[in-house]
Write a protein that binds this ligand. Structure first.
Ligand SMILES: NC(=O)c1ccc[n+]([C@@H]2O[C@H](COP(=O)([O-])OP(=O)(O)OC[C@H]3O[C@@H](n4cnc5c(N)ncnc54)[C@H](O)[C@@H]3O)[C@@H](O)[C@H]2O)c1
Length: 364
């Protein structure tokens, strides 16, 4: 079955959605809507005949169409809540760009509205659809790396200083959504500490650090930065059996899996912990390998997942609850930043039963 979709927002990111919906066998792109007609026209310029795509400048007119199954929203974050609520009220399935909304309060309304309307609410956490992040998730969930000991994520480059949000709200949604996707049970820290700096007087943090204790004594750390002359996109996930190193700037070897680490033998422990052997600690030096990863565009997998969630009446891999968990950490990070870096509580995201299922959805 082919589903009909409209893309709302034809700025920087919208054209990527347009291209992927046009290329997808599951979808027919029926319309592109932007307040700026010229932009919308430029995006669909080449489509003709039965592939022709309507141009729309009125959201109200677009949502009144009864030939649309779904909309994909790529407008600025502050507008997500209003547009998503209107689309759900009009009976459309929705995929919305990250961040899901501007607050957990807005997210709660959107999640409840989707449940009541029995419509899919998906958040485009694009990285979760890359082959490398799928492989990392598999390595963690299958037990290949053992228990997670630490996660260290670095996302730094010379970035645009945003007029309305600090660097944590601009860049950390990527790291947090990846953590939500790869960690068993999703992203559920109880507390977060955030530190930020504004050494150029921009009026908001341009350098940011997040620290989150994870279950069983593990720790996650995220560094985001608009002021770095070099671009680094790296994540290290240390496990009891193996350690993953993802270097997104190295397409030849994006992912390395190290069979190296520390073994701890608690039975060998003595009272004198000053000696390494007495502490039961030994070092394992094994091989490193780099798994072959398919070259596939993440958004192609994202639009396929959106169609599958609709036809199978199930939550998508990156659902509204996942988007809300990210917002919950960001809100706590803001409180921590305002409090000079003290630990701030991260209120848990309550599970919500999926409309097509009597069981409770626990994690995406
Ligand atoms: N997934 C990713 O990796 C990724 C990357 C970049 C941006 N984004 C997200 O995409 C969204 C859009 O970002 P952008 O950089 O493309 O913004 P942008 O400002 O370049 O484009 C937004 C467009 O939306 C249009 N618009 C605004 N309000 C509208 C309305 N009510 N109805 C119709 N059109 C409207 C504007 O005219 C503009 O053309 C943001 O949420 C951003 O975080 C996601």
């Amino acid at each position: 079955m082919t589903l009909q979709v409209a893309v709302i927002g034809a700025g920087y990111w919208g054209p990527n959605l347009v291209r992927n919906f046009l290329a997808s066998p599951q979808w027919r792109l029926a319309a592109v809507c932007d307040l700026d007609e010229v932009r919308a026209r430029a995006v669909v310029g080449g489509t003709v005949g039965e592939n022709s795509v309507d141009i729309e400048t009125s959201l109200e007119r677009l949502l009144a169409r009864d030939d649309l199954d779904a909309v994909a929203i790529a407008t600025p974050a502050h507008s997500h809540h209003g547009i998503v609520m209107a689309a759900l009220a009009a009976g459309k399935h929705v995929v919305v760009e990250k961040p899901l909304a501007s607050s957990t309060l807005e997210a709660d309304e959107m999640i409840a509205a989707a449940r009541d309307a029995e419509r899919v609410l998906m958040c485009d956490h694009t990285y979760c659809y890359t082959p490398v992040v799928r492989r990392i998730r598999e390595a963690i969930h299958s037990g290949e790396i053992g228990d997670v000991l630490f996660v260290d994520s670095i996302r730094i480059n010379l970035g645009l200083v945003q007029p309305d949000v600090n660097v944590l709200w601009d860049l950390a949604p990527h790291d947090l959504s990846i953590l939500d996707f790869i960690l068993p049970g999703g992203l559920r820290p109880e507390v977060v500490a955030a530190h930020g700096a504004d050494p150029i007087g921009a009026g908001r943090a341009c350098v940011g650090y997040l620290t989150m204790p994870l279950p069983d004594g593990a720790m996650a750390h995220v560094h985001v930065n608009w002021l770095s002359p070099t671009k680094i996109r790296q994540m290290v996930v240390g496990g009891t059996k193996r350690t993953l190193v993802w270097d997104d700037q190295n397409p030849q070897q994006r992912l390395s899996i190290y069979d190296r680490g520390i073994d701890v033998d608690l039975t060998a422990r003595t009272a004198d912990m000053s000696d390494r052997r007495a502490a039961g600690v030994s070092y394992r030096l094994g091989d490193m390998y780099a798994p072959a990863l398919p070259e596939r565009e993440a958004l192609a997998a994202m639009v396929t997942e959106f169609a599958a969630a609709i036809s199978e009446q199930r939550p998508p891999l990156t659902d509204g609850l996942g988007g809300r968990r990210v917002l919950s950490v960001l809100e706590a990070a803001t409180r921590s930043l305002d409090g000079g870096g003290r630990l701030a509580d991260v209120p848990p995201t309550p599970p919500v039963a999926h409309w097509a299922d009597s069981s409770t959805v626990v994690a995406s």
